[in-house]
Structure formats: C-alpha cells, structure tokens
Ligand binder design. Sequence first.
Ligand code: ZN
Length: 454
Amino acid sequence: MPSGRLMCSSDLLPLPGRGLPLQCSGCTVRSERKDSLQQNCWSKYLLQHSPAPVRLKCLSAFGSQIVHHFTKRIQTKIKDLLQQMEEGLKTADPHDCSAYTGWTGIALLYLQLYRVTCDQTYLLRSLDYVKRTLRNLNGRRVTFLCGDAGPLAVGAVVYHKLKSDCESQECITKLLQLQRSVVCRESDLPDELLYGRAGYLYALLYVNSEVGPGAVCESAIKEVVDAIIESGKSLSREEKKAERCPLLYQWHRKQYVGAAHGMAGIYYMLMQPAAKVDQEILTEMVKPSIDYMRHKRFRSGNYPSSLSNETDRLVHWCHGAPGVIHMLMQAYKVFKEEKYLKDAMECSDVIWQRGLLRKGYGICHGAAGNGYSFLSLYHLTQDKKYLYRACKFAEWCLEYGAHGCRIPDRPYSLFEGMAGAIHFLSDILVPETSRFPAFELGSSQGDAKMQKDY
Ligand SMILES: [Zn+2]
C-alpha cells in the first residue's frame, strides 16, 4: 500500500459484531423473531398507518406507474431524507471510502437519483464524491463493496456518463490492475461478495453493464470466474462433498449461505449472463450446489446463515431468505425449472411475514434491503402482489425513525443507513428498472426505456 494514503475505515473502525471483526453488523443482532414484527402486528400497522386511498389503490390499481398520491409522498420524503443525510454526513468518517458504509455508497446513491430523474445536478453531486474517493484509494481490499474496486468502478461509470472518456478509462485501467491479486491461487483471498473474488467480479460486470460491453475484456472476467470455480472445487474436494455440492465456499472457516458472505452471493454472480460461465459448469457444478443449499432451508422457508447453523432467526439480505431469493430467481432464469421460482415465492412469504426489522431501514440488514426482494420478484413474475409488498415496505421507510428501530453504526451510509433507504424509495418510483445496489446488474436498454416512460 502506498504510504501516506488514507485507509478505508472499514478496516479501522471497531465493528459491532464482537468476536467476528469483519462481518457485517447485522450478523450478530438478537433473535430475529423478537426483532421483526409478527404478522398480526403488521396487519394492525396497516390498518392504523396506511392512508385508505393508498391501501385501496395498492390492492387494485398498481400498474407500471405507482399512483400519483403515493409517488408524491415518496418524492417529498426523498428530499427530506437527503437533507438529513447530507447534514449527518458532516460528522461521518472522512476516511471511509467504501460503497458499503462510506463515500462511494453516497456517490452510488446520487448516480441512482440521476438515473431515475435525469437531473444532471445529481450526476455532478456523484462526481464530487467520486473525486473524493479516488484521492483516497488504499490498496487494502479488492471488492466493489469494501475495497478499491468500488470507487474505481463507480468512477469509471460517472466519468463515462459525463463523457470524460480519458478519466473513465483511467479508472478501468486501475481496476484491472487489481485483477492479478484476485486470481492469484496462492492468496488467501476469500470468494464471497463483501471481501472476496465475487465482489471483484461484480465490479467488472457493473462496469460492462454501465459503460458498455467490452469496457472490461472477456478474458479478464473469465480469469476471475475460473479462480472462483477452482476455489469452490478445491474446498468441496477437501470436505468430501464433491458429489453433493461441487462448489463449496467458506469465509473465516464457516460455510456461509447468504448473499453477503456466503454461497448465495457467489452462485448469484456466477449465474449472471455477463459472467459467461460455461453452460456445462452451470449445469454440472453450480446447479447441484444450489440444490444442496435448497435442502438446508428451514421448514419456515427461511435459510440458515451458515451450513452448520440450525437457528432460524435472521431474515436479512446478508443472512437468510432476502439474499437467497435473488439466487433462486436467477436459477429459475438460467435453468428454467419451476422449483426455483416456487422456492423464491416461499422466501418472499417469509420476508413478508418477518422482514420488517427493528434493526433499521438499511439495505444490508434492514427493511429496504428486504423490500428489494419483492421488487425483483415483481420483475420476474409481473405479479402485482409483489409490487404491493414492496410498496408496503416503502411505506414503512417513509416513517423513517418513527418505529424505535436500532440506530446503525454508520447511520447515513448506503448499506447500513439512510442512503440505502433513499435508494430503495427512489426505486419504488420506477419499479420496472429497480435494482439492489452493488448486487443486481442493470441493462442500459432497460434504463433507456425507463427514462422515456418517466
Ligand atoms: Zn448485514
């Protein structure tokens, strides 16, 4: 690491998961059953808090456009929260440049607001934050969410949108310089999304989806994919699971299941069409591994945080059904088997029943992240039931701070705090093109259609 440069604070700050120093803070919170609202409370909440016009229209008249009244409420709340966020960020850690809890996350939020409104001011605001992060690369981590790949990939996209092609290319070049350490077989780099190879792979795919195919060459992507596959095969052999689960992954010696640290996030990335994984590998290695994981699910329909954990308590994007659902939906798209869709729908039911968390409104382990599962299932099925569910979770976020929820450690950040809730609310305005930030990949054609319709 070059001396004299500032380091991302995710390395330096004491993280709340005591004893598990690198894990996202949602992992160690108390019993989910106590933490989430039970179904009867939720029904009571709907009756007490939902304005009747919204409630009725939610049930009957949601189409591709959300009703005007609801849209207005969201737009007003976004402005209000943005002001609160900017004020709050004045006291945020100046050195945290990560997408997860730092300045790249804020740049991503403004990029999203530019995407849904076409207001150039937001793009310039995003640029302010990008410049700040690019001055503070620290060479310590390689992923989109927690490492230098995040600032570089977002920088490449923001400069591309501003037609500053030289600067954009410079970011891509630096992003590709990280690749050698990612594919190195001898390194102890994990494979999961937050700190490992899948998190670097996402950065490459994100640049190609936003800047254009070919911005990152296929061979660079293939080498990363190959390293992830080899690592999964190797652990599977070591654990004598080659038959049942040909691709096995661990992080800190635990075989995590969820999207952030576990296999759901890794399989999800491997199934992205842009990753161009061989069909044979998908069918013979990824698919049986997904099926192995499906057998580990609880009777409730939720998923364990790790293969060895038998407690049915976490319902977050990072651990549990709200992360696994994305893997199941992608499996349905790739393998076209109904069982994956059925499982995804069952995940959605669990999230609907237990997914309003007292942990807060964030993306990683909060209501906004859980709300994204409904939006994605709505894309897949076009069933308005899921759009309705997403809107009800958005309504919960509209009353930000009123439910006595725990205040996250980085309260204004993208993955733990207010920026994530704003991101989700802005996606509710254009549900057809929503995407979970730093995880789901969009397509430029989809955006062009959305901007025309908006
Ligand atoms: Zn989390």
